[in-house]
Structure formats: structure tokens, C-alpha cells
Design a protein around this ligand. Sequence first.
Ligand SMILES: Nc1ccn([C@@H]2O[C@H](COP(=O)(O)OP(=O)(O)OP(=O)(O)O)[C@@H](O)[C@H]2O)c(=O)n1
Ligand SMILES: [Mg+2]
Length: 407
Amino acid sequence: MILTQLPAEFQAAKPILDTIEAAGYEAYFVGGCVRDTILGKPLHDVDIATSAFPAEVKQLFKRTVDTGIEHGTVMILDHGNGYETTTFRTESGYQDFRRPDQVTFVRSLQDDLKRRDFTINALAMTANGKVIDLFDGLADLEQGVLRAVGIAEARFHEDALRMMRAVRFASQLGFTIEPQTEQAIADNATLLTKIAVERTRVEWEKLLMGQHPIAGLTGLLTTGLYRYMPAMADQEGLLRQLMALPTWHLTSIESTWTLLSWTMRLTDEAAVRHLLKMWRTSNELISHVTTAVKAVAALKRAGRLTAQENFYTGLDALTTANQVATILGFGQDQTELARAYADLPIHDKHELAINGGDLVKAKLVTPGPMMGQILTACLQAVITKQVANQQDDLLDFAGMVADSKNH
Ligand SMILES: Nc1ccn([C@@H]2O[C@H](COP(=O)(O)OP(=O)(O)OP(=O)(O)O)[C@@H](O)[C@H]2O)c(=O)n1
Ligand SMILES: [Mg+2]
């Protein structure tokens, strides 16, 4: 197969391949970028494989970064783009089921391609668009099949994450997993526990955001792989519920975890936090998701958020919540929700026209817990438009609050 109309990303990268070849080495585009081009999907990164050793690559280009030089990867910087360029290599060892004990640089493309995970990911392409297909990856692409290169079990022993990648690609591409490959996942599913949770998480998120989630979720169920994902051992019911939802509308990691939390009925903050901690997400994500889950509950209950709820939720978590509510069948018009949010008199507590210092100056209160209570009352009054966000009005109001507290 020769691809004639190459996407712009390849045209930009072509001079890199040309330079390596002019120096007498081989160089190809490899992996996901070749697969996605043939599928007509947008590319996210262009990876290059070469027979040149890392030191040889570095000699050929002015600007390179050693992004993973011990594994043979050098990033070539060119016109604002970075190209991960990896020397052909074989791997051996894999005592820990996640990375090779030893990487050996080789000069043969075939040796490099045969250690890759799936046939559709083992395609290479020359600078001129000629596809090199040593493992019938093109036929599998055509038929929508995920098949391990060579012996499936061996590929999963090399990197157990590949089992998650299989179900993730199934969900993204709507492919079926070839029976022997699927059996090897079922047989080796426990190995997933050897993989860093963070890596498993990325695949799980991509699976849930895929356009063909039923394919991915079915793969998890039939192989039993889900049992070895964090906090998922007894979640067959969750997977079946997810299958019945239009999860392909998920567009962010935040929405994905909000939907998961909701579907697992984790509505209190501690339970959501616990789930996300098990999956080692960032504190930022935990805070977004716990807030969004509360907003989903408000949308479910009332179809809208009160001014107070809007203020404390913020537009980002509100948008997340509404995407999730939409998937669950009780979403609201996003423009309306955004308008109600925009209508808040202030959007941040620092916008409040008085602060603790003002209260002390006006001799309404001395620093302490009471001051916090009065400021909170002021904030609430402004948000709900009972009092204008003006210093005079707020001092009057604070005076009344202080009086009522003193009696
Ligand atoms: N566990 C892995 C990860 C990657 N690869 C190989 O390295 C390539 C690039 O890896 P990566 O960018 O992680 O995956 P992609 O297949 O490019 O998919 P994505 O679209 O997610 O980038 C893959 O195509 C595959 O050939 C592999 O064999 N085993
Ligand atoms: Mg990639």
C-alpha cells in the first residue's frame, strides 16, 4: 500500500527522515501515527523509528533532547515540533511484566516491529508513504481486528499494560479482539496488578471516552480483566450499567470520573475521594469531581442550581456536571446554565466589597471565628442578591448580623 495524500504532520516531518536516510541509515514513521492515518483519524504525535543509534541521530540534528536515551529515544526538535525518534531495538528480560531488563539496539526494522503489541501498531511507513506491513496489520485494520504480534501471551508478559491497551483500542476503534489474543488476556489478567495504577488509569479513561465503549467494556467483562483494575473487582454491574449509557459523549477526564462516581452511587465526598485516591488521580481532579458530583445531584433534584450552588460549583464543574447529567438523561440547556452562572453578582469570594479588616475598622468585630461567620453571611447575602456588593450596604448588613450574634 502506498499512501499518496499524506497528512500535513508527515509532510512537516519528511525532512527529518530524509536527513537520516541521506546519512545512510533507515528511518520510518511507526506505530499509532501510521495506524491512524490509514483509518483517516487525526494524528496526535508522529513517531519515528530508525536504524541509526542515538548518538548517530544526535550528530545529524542541531537540536535534540534526550527524552529516553537509555531506551534509544531522542526527541528531534524542528520548526516548533518535537519528533520522538527511537532506534530499532529488541527487548529481553521482562521479569516484572512491565519493562525489559535489557534493551538491545539493532539495525533491522523487522526485529523492531515484531516486539510491538498489536499488528495494527506494527506498521511502518517510508517518507514517501509506502506502508511496510510485515505482520498483516493492514488486513486486521481492514477487518477491525486487534491481534497481538506473534504469541499473544509473550507480548502481555513483556508489558501487562498491553491488555488494557487492547480493550482501550477496542473502545476507540470499535474493533474486536482476536480470540487467541482475548484468551491470552483472560489467562494473564492478574498481571495487570503489576502495572502502575497511573498507567492503567490512562487506558481506562481512554476506554470510557471511546466512541465504541461497548466493544471495550465487553472485552473487560469477557476476559475478566476488570477484576484486576483498582476498586473494580466486584464491579461487573457497573460495567453493565455503563454499557447502557451513551458514554461516547464524554469529552473530558473530569466528566469521565464524575460519571463513574455517580454510576457507582458515590455521592458523598469521602466516597468519591476514596475512589479517586485508589486510582491515584491528582488532588485537582478530586476537587473538581467531588464538586461536580454534587452539582449532578442538584440537577437531578431540581433541574438547576441555586445561586449559592452555582457560586461554589464554578462554571467548569457545572459544565462537567451537565455533560454527565445529559448522558444520564436529565441534562439541561448548557447556555441557560451558563447564563444563570454569569448572572451571579460575584464569582469569587475575593470580589466581595468588604473584608475582615473593614469589619475591624468599623469596630463591628475583633478578629476570630465571629469575623469569619459575618463574612460568610455577607458573601451569602451578596450571592443571593439580598444585599448589593457595596461596602456601605455590606457594613450595614454586617452590623445587623453582628448585633444578632451578640444577643
Ligand atoms: N505497551 C506498548 C506501548 C506501545 N507499543 C508500541 O509503541 C507504539 C507507540 O506507543 P503509544 O504512543 O503509547 O501508542 P499508540 O499506538 O501510538 O496509540 P495512541 O494513539 O494512544 O498514541 C505503539 O503503536 C506500539 O507499536 C507497544 O508495543 N507496547
Ligand atoms: Mg502514540
